[in-house]
Write a protein that binds this ligand. Structure first.
Ligand SMILES: [Zn+2]
Length: 64
């Protein structure tokens, strides 16, 4: 956890939060690779997502 807002990998501007989430990738030999990736919640890129919109509104309310 850092004090700086996470940078959104899509628009390059400040996101609201980042989370480390597990992901499973299947490689060419059909082996499952387990790992984690960072997902950034961005008020500009994700506002149109039905699941993300209310979450963004909630976090935006908290900052007031
Ligand atoms: Zn963005």
């Amino acid at each position: 956890m850092t004090a700086e807002p996470p940078e959104c990998g899509r628009c390059g501007q400040a996101g609201i939060l980042s989370a480390r989430v597990p992901h499973h990738l299947v490689n060419a030999r059909n082996e499952t690779l387990r790992g984690t990736g960072i997902v950034v919640l961005c008020p500009r890129c994700d506002m149109g997502q039905p699941e993300a919109g209310p979450l963004i509104a909630w976090f935006t309310d908290l900052k007031r």
